[in-house]
Design a protein around this ligand. Structure first.
Ligand code: SOE
Length: 397
């Protein structure tokens, strides 16, 4: 097997999620490459060393540049905070590395464009870890849309709710809470949570062309973990926006970290003339589907048996599930990263790159930037995206 030597930048939540995918890839997927966990880099040497021992990395660096320049590394994984993505990705591309970058792609569109230019100039394979596309039930939703079972789309409705920042005692900044520091994260729920919802929405329902948004910062000051001082909070704690899709359908998106009781409530519903699909990440192995069939006879299409069906997405016929266990047994959050990596590596091997690459992820960044600009100006904003030729299930990955 060909080695795929990994240099992991960052040892937080995403460093773990991505490392798990590299470790388990060959256990489940028949690809030609074998990931080798070569080195991890992080600012805190002791924590990086602990991470390396836990996950089996061969060595540790405290400067990410050492990984990017290392001749024994093929793939740079960017799992570090958002403000580092651009510089690391550009340097990695210049050194000819394959790049897998955590979402969101960048702090803003300007950075994202530089990253796209760098990977395209270098011709290196690249991917952004929008892992939720690889939830089998979400991939099944895409298949159902591609099969024309939803029909002409009218509505797309997404929510992404959490509740972990309600307490005013939660500090901002530092290794654990950089997502609350606007200088490191770029934005709040818009880049962190809605980026997922937007990526999934555009994958299922095509480009978003216009948005109007309202954001709110409920807790306006928090202690900063690094300075120790009370500082203004610059992130959006909550964001709601209306969207117009290029296909003529309308969307609503809501995200917050202040929905008491909601831990990772990532849902969407799509309603079309011929059917609807509904998904909730807190019930991840189910996809709900409503089928409307116009009868040839012209008789009433709905009957006493009409209703939503709850599909348990665990059969070998369902996306990714033939790689795992027997029907009725489930997979979890970590497998979404494994599925994403498998598609990415298979794409490198077949010469048909898997999506989303940096260019595709830039579209989500365009929508995020338009949402934030709209919240600022209270005006509808164009995203700059236009209708695309219809995708088919052949390029669904
Ligand atoms: C935020 O709490 C977070 O960890 C996001 O950063 C991830 O992308 C999301 O999948 C889970 O929630």
């Amino acid at each position: 097997m060909k080695q795929l030597r990994i240099g992991m930048i960052g040892y937080g939540f995403m460093g773990r999620a991505h490392s798990n995918a590299y470790k388990r890839l060959n256990d489940f997927f028949p690809v030609e490459h074998r990931p080798v966990l070569k080195a991890v880099s992080g600012r805190d040497a002791a924590k990086a060393q602990q991470f390396a021992s836990n996950w089996g990395y061969e060595r540790v660096e405290t400067d990410w540049r050492k990984l990017v320049e290392a001749p024994d590394i093929d793939l740079i994984d960017i799992g570090s905070p958002n403000d580092t993505h651009c510089e690391i990705a550009i340097a990695a591309a210049q050194h000819g590395k394959i790049i897998c970058c955590e979402k969101p792609l960048a702090m803003d569109v300007a950075e994202g464009e530089k990253m796209v230019a760098a990977v395209e100039k270098a011709g290196v394979p690249n991917m952004v870890w929008f892992n939720y596309r690889r939830v089998p039930a979400i991939a099944l939703a895409r298949q159902i849309v591609d099969e024309g079972r939803v029909g002409r789309p009218f509505h797309y409705r997404a929510t992404y709710l959490q509740d972990w920042t309600i307490s005013t005692d939660v500090p901002q900044g530092g290794a654990a809470l950089w997502r609350l520091d606007v200088n490191i994260a770029g934005s709040g729920v818009t880049g962190d949570l809605l980026a997922h919802s937007i990526d999934t929405a555009m994958w299922l329902n095509g480009p978003i062309t216009r948005v109007v948004a309202r954001t709110e910062t409920f807790v306006k000051e928090r202690v900063h973990a690094v300075s120790g001082k009370v500082e203004p909070v610059g992130i959006d704690d909550a964001c709601m926006f209306l969207a117009e899709f290029a296909n003529g359908s309308l969307g609503t998106f809501e995200s917050t970290r202040y929905a008491r009781g909601r831990k990772n409530f990532n849902t969407f519903e799509m309603n079309g003339a011929d059917g609807s699909v509904y998904f909730d990440l807190e019930d991840p192995e189910h996809l709900q589907y409503f089928e409307y069939k116009q009868l040839q006879s012209g008789k009433k299409a709905e009957s006493h048996l009409t209703g939503w069906r709850k599909i348990h997405v665990t059969n070998s016929e369902h996306p990714y599930m033939n790689r795992y266990w027997v029907p009725g047994t489930t997979i979890g959050y970590e497998h979404t990263f494994l599925n994403a990596l498998a598609d990415f590596v298979a794409g490198i091997e077949s010469g048909k790159p898997a999506q989303p690459d940096f260019r595709e992820a830039l579209k989500t960044q365009l929508v995020c930037d338009a949402v934030l600009a709209s919240a600022h100006s209270s005006q509808w904003m164009d995203t700059g995206l236009e209708a695309e030729p219809c995708a088919t299930s052949a390029d669904a990955t």
